[in-house]
Design a protein around this ligand. Structure first.
Ligand code: PLA
Length: 446
């Protein structure tokens, strides 16, 4: 009883404090990790990972001190001066946002900026889309195209009975990682024929026919990466018929709308033809390339459903995928894109700037082709003219690519893909010299 007087309690506390000091003095409290135990990192076993096959090219490029170096690896648009381009309409949209004092920095809803989502669906499906009018489309803002694919993958893994996705060979390398990590295993279908450097249409159709009923099929909406080879309208019709007859589920990756032809509507043709038949599909959109908003990470995932009721339930489940992944998306890129998409004048100006980018890429194709012809470089280079979008799939093999990087400081992915958007009138002769040398020098060795 007497032990609980205030005096006693103070004395006990003081003794505890003294004890602590003594213990520290005697070296019994030691900094972690414990002395005497080998100070190995708990991460000691971790292996150095290889660089990413695409983004790693930029890492190597940045390390090269050569003044003649050219980066044709990542698909990023450059001006004739070799500089990144911020579109005028983006600058204007940003100025408007900055001047608008009603803007705040609150969290966005889980599915992002509602107006952005609505306008994104209209951009890909068309302003008069019946599916949109019938409220059968649900759209969520995403962390650019990659994020849209990843959210779509996890949604399918959770809610779709046949979580396996067929992807073209070759395809953008990240597809093969995004889908399995999102819970959807990947299987290949024939797409590119190296002999013709064109589409292996029959191989594709046969593979889709042989794929299970209900399988998910990844389709590049336009400007196929890395090959630059797209089906014709007629071939799309054939592909659509097979996919619909087998009740397969198309998942469109639309990273280059406007970059293939210079027209937003023309490049949306394939997607729109699948939506026009009343069937369902998923669409991942990116504004990285067509608005030059690479670093803003702005894109969208749309799921076209059979009915408004289903679309609304799908939307509710997409929120459950997003919330534990990143809670809600960043606002800035969505507000820029929505300002452009929602303003008649900015939209019109955007289409002009977009067409100018697409045209410059096309003119690079002609210049490279003409320069190789003028050099007399052996081989048929007409595929440079025929392929569309940001990339040319040159047909050069890894040894030839390595030779060009070593001797000419030209950086590109090992599969022989070059970003035409990274070329300029100034750098084309240098690239042509490199291709010429590698074709002549290494011919017969591959
Ligand atoms: N889908 C395809 C077919 C792509 O080519 C790319 C980007 C994306 C999606 C993802 O783009 P986003 O997330 O930036 O919107 N491909 C690039 C860049 C341009 C990259 O690899 O990340 C490429 O060089 O292939």
């Amino acid at each position: 009883m007497s032990g609980s007087t205030p005096e006693r309690r103070m004395a006990t506390m003081a003794a505890h404090l003294r004890d602590g000091e003594e213990t520290a003095k005697e070296g019994l409290i030691v900094p972690w990790p414990t002395a005497g135990v080998a100070a190995a990192s708990v991460f000691e076993h971790i292996q150095q990972a290889p660089e990413d096959p695409i983004l790693g090219v930029t890492v190597a490029f940045n390390k090269d001190p050569s003044p003649m170096k050219v980066n044709l690896g990542v698909g990023a648009y450059r001006t004739e001066e070799g500089k990144p381009l911020v579109l005028n309409v983006v600058r204007q949209a940003e100025e408007r946002l900055l001047a608008d004092r009603t803007q705040n920095k609150e969290y966005q809803p889980i599915t992002g900026v509602a107006q952005f989502n609505k306008l994104s669906a209209q951009l890909i499906l068309g302003a008069n889309s019946v599916a949109i009018k019938e409220n059968r489309v649900t759209t969520v803002q995403a962390l650019s195209g990659t994020g849209a694919l990843r959210v779509g993958a996890e949604f399918l893994a959770k809610h779709y009975g046949k979580p396996v996705i067929y992807v073209p060979v070759p395809t953008w390398g990240n597809h093969n990682k995004i889908f399995p990590l999102g819970g959807v295993p990947v299987k290949p279908y024939h797409y590119y024929d190296p002999k013709t450097r064109g589409l292996d249409y029959q191989g594709m159709i046969d593979d889709l026919r042989a794929a299970p009923v209900g399988a998910v099929v990844l389709l590049h909406a336009c400007a196929h990466n890395p090959t630059g080879v797209d089906p014709t309208e007629e071939q799309w019709e054939g592909i659509r018929k097979v996919i619909r007859s087998k009740q397969q589920l198309p998942f469109f990756d639309c990273a280059y709308q406007g970059f293939a032809s210079g027209s937003l509507d023309t490049d949306a043709h394939a997607v729109r033809s699948f939506v026009a038949d009343g069937g369902e599909c998923l669409i991942a959109q990116s504004y990285a390339k067509n608005m030059g908003l690479y670093g803003e990470r702005i894109g969208a995932l749309s799921i076209v459903c059979r009915s408004a009721a289903v679309a609304s339930r799908v939307d509710s489940q997409l929120k459950l995928v997003i919330r534990p992944m990143y809670s809600s998306p960043p606002a800035h890129g969505a507000l820029i894109a929505a300002s452009i998409l929602g303003d008649r004048d900015l939209f019109a100006d955007w289409t002009v700037e977009l067409k100018a980018m697409a045209d410059r890429i096309i003119s690079m194709r002609h210049q490279l082709y003409d320069t190789l012809k003028a050099r007399g470089t052996p081989g048929d280079w007409t595929h440079i003219l025929k392929q569309i979008g940001m990339f040319t799939f040159t047909g050069l093999n890894p040894e030839q690519v390595q030779f060009m990087t070593r001797e000419y400081h030209i950086y590109m992915t090992l599969d022989g893909r070059i970003s035409m958007a990274g070329l300029s009138t100034k750098t084309i002769p240098h690239l042509a010299d490199a291709i010429n040398a590698t074709v002549l020098g290494l011919q017969g060795q591959s």
